[in-house]
Design a protein around this ligand. Structure first.
Ligand code: GLA
Length: 382
């Protein structure tokens, strides 16, 4: 597990003096509410106990110098004086550049910095390592530049960085939870107005994340295609976003939509209802219902939204077959990446062992499995 001492030491080795600040921003797992954020709907993510860390020191000039511990100490730098460009040889550095670009676009004056970046959020597995990096960078600029940004503004700026500088049209969930998470809680976020509240996790069970190790290159084109389908559905139904239509009204009017558009929309409309039902179940401590709704979410993502894949379906089936598993579903954008499973505390060890064995027997792949605990959102740690 990474800690502030590790990154402090790395910074001192790299820049010849200790850092003056260290920031941390966590990755996330979404418990339910998938592909609802860009439909102005509800999501229920929690931050996980894996994070991106940045150690930093101010510079006298307006240069940002960065070193990535997780990419063999690769270096990249840019100036805050002129246009901020991409660095194709160091794509990791684009996330730092993107956030500087987005903050500057909002009129903030940014200081030059030396940065050492290191993390233990697995990369490209759907646990939001890039959102964690963006939020960590924003927290660092906020502290060194005395920008006075609150968590919601940080999340919005980081989403803009992702959408416009990186070019991925994601919703706001990942950046939001990394910036604003609450220890031992999930966050119910209403993506229509970005109001949110902490939801205590039910006692007696743990969220276990199982990585299929399936990586798919087409995620962003498929993701954008789903967004378009949703926009078309909303337009045809005469609402600003699919969030605005109730299940009853949707059921009455679904016939007026082309079949595939209706299916996509049905996922979003039913998923929003499931998020609220899960929150009620969590508040009553009803683990059985919580898990049943997770299962329904997966089935809807697979059948109506068509964002699952054979590996995710297999992982979910392996998980559901285990004693003590209340429910399992794909988490994040889909097409690969991870499943999230709700498992009785006393069954976690056996669950982890059996799911790994079963999945690897069928695929030849040994899946990484992470037993997750909900941590607080990003901040300066020293
Ligand atoms: C990705 C995006 C999020 C969200 C999920 C699907 O993680 O970054 O904004 O849309 O997919 O729920």
């Amino acid at each position: 597990m990474l800690n502030p001492q590790t990154i402090e030491h790395a910074f001192t080795q790299t820049f010849g003096a200790p850092p003056t600040r260290i920031a941390r921003a966590p990755g996330r797992v979404n418990l339910i509410g998938e592909h609802t954020d860009y439909n102005a709907g509800f999501v229920l993510p929690m931050a996980i106990d894996r994070a991106v860390w940045i150690a930093a020191r101010a510079r006298a000039d307006r240069t940002v110098q960065m070193v990535a511990r997780d990419f063999a100490d690769a270096r990249s730098e840019f100036s805050l004086e002129g246009e901020i460009a991409h660095d194709p040889a160091n794509a990791w550095s684009d996330y730092v550049r993107a956030v500087a670009w987005a903050l500057r676009a909002r009129g903030y004056d940014l200081p030059g910095l030396e940065l050492v970046i290191q993390g233990d959020v697995p990369l490209a597995s759907g646990l939001s390592s890039s959102a964690a990096l963006e939020v960590c960078v924003a927290v660092i600029f906020n502290a060194f530049g005395n920008l006075g940004l609150d968590g919601v503004t940080i999340a919005r700026a980081c989403q803009q960085a992702e959408n416009e500088f990186i070019g991925v049209k994601s919703g706001i969930m990942d950046q939001f939870i990394s910036a604003l998470a609450c220890q031992d809680h999930a966050l119910l976020i209403d993506c229509r107005d970005l109001t949110y509240r902490a939801v205590a996790l039910p006692r007696g069970a743990t969220f276990v994340v199982c990585d299929t190790l399936k990586r798919r290159g087409l995620v962003s084109s498929e993701y954008n295609a789903r967004r378009n389908d949703c926009e078309q559905a909303a337009q045809k139904l005469g609402v600003t976003a699919l969030r605005e239509i109730t299940l009853e009204e949707f059921t009455r009017r679904a016939n007026s939509l082309p079949a595939q558009i209706a299916q996509r929309a049905r996922h979003v409309v039913t998923e929003n209802a499931r998020v609220l039902a899960v929150v009620a179940a969590a508040e009553r401590g009803d683990l059985g219902l919580f898990g049943t709704l997770m299962n329904a979410s997966h089935d809807s993502l697979r059948d109506d939204y068509a964002v699952s894949c054979a590996e995710l379906d297999l992982m979910v089936a392996c998980a559901r077959a285990q004693a003590g598993c209340f429910g399992a579903r794909l988490t994040g954008a889909g097409f690969g990446g991870c499943a999230v499973c709700l498992v009785a505390d006393e069954s976690v060890d056996a669950f982890t062992e059996h799911v790994a064995r079963e999945y690897s027997a069928q695929t030849g792949i040994q899946p990484p499995i992470y037993v997750c605990h909900a941590t607080a959102g990003a901040g300066i740690v020293t």
